[in-house]
Design a protein around this ligand. Structure first.
Ligand code: NI
Length: 182
């Protein structure tokens, strides 16, 4: 039986707190939570399932969005039509990034922000993220484009940062000469 997650929205102050590093291997409880997040995110990106369960599409979630201040992020990336790859990173860190800055042309969204917020969110075009898997093995991910943006967005959640914090209030939109819009 699939039960949609209970995701906190940005009125909750917990989303503004710094999450704590997590010891590995993860508890069974945390592993189950991760499985539930993966299922929710995947279904949210499959039109029929999203409709059936009334899910807003999202490709990533961080533990604080469920009220748990733990440094764990989950991304379900549709890398090809109908094909998904899951990324689970415990205690993630960006250890290097491109000089190049990009932004999603239509702006970012977040499962904790239940409204449209307009504006470009500048992000690194490429990042290298290191961290641990659920069992405590070291992992490293090189990401570009939308996956790079998703990793930065989710890691921001662990530091109490929401995507709209990074929109320049005076100049919310960039043009193609300033940053690459994807
Ligand atoms: Ni978010």
């Amino acid at each position: 039986m699939f039960k949609p997650l209970n995701i906190l929205d940005d009125r909750h102050k917990i989303l503004r707190k710094i999450s704590k590093e997590v010891n590995t291997p993860l508890s069974d409880e945390d592993k189950i939570t991760i499985e539930n997040i993966i299922k929710h995110l995947k279904y949210s990106q499959i039109e029929k399932k999203a409709e059936k369960y009334n899910l807003r599409p999202g490709m990533g979630l961080a533990f604080p969005q469920l009220g748990m201040l733990k440094r764990i992020i989950v991304i379900v990336h549709e890398y090809e039509e109908g094909k998904f790859k899951n990324y689970v990173v415990v205690n993630p860190k960006i250890i290097s990034h491109s000089e190049e800055i990009i932004a999603l042309e239509t702006g970012e969204g977040c499962l904790s922000v239940n409204r449209e917020v307009e504006g470009h969110v500048p992000r690194y075009a490429r990042v290298k993220v290191v961290g641990l898997d659920e069992d405590g093995n070291e992992i490293s991910i090189r990401a570009r484009e939308d996956l790079s943006i998703a990793l930065q967005h989710e890691i921001d959640h662990l530091n109490g940062i929401l995507f709209y914090d990074k929109i320049n209030k005076k100049k919310p939109f960039f043009n193609e000469n300033e940053i690459r819009l994807i």
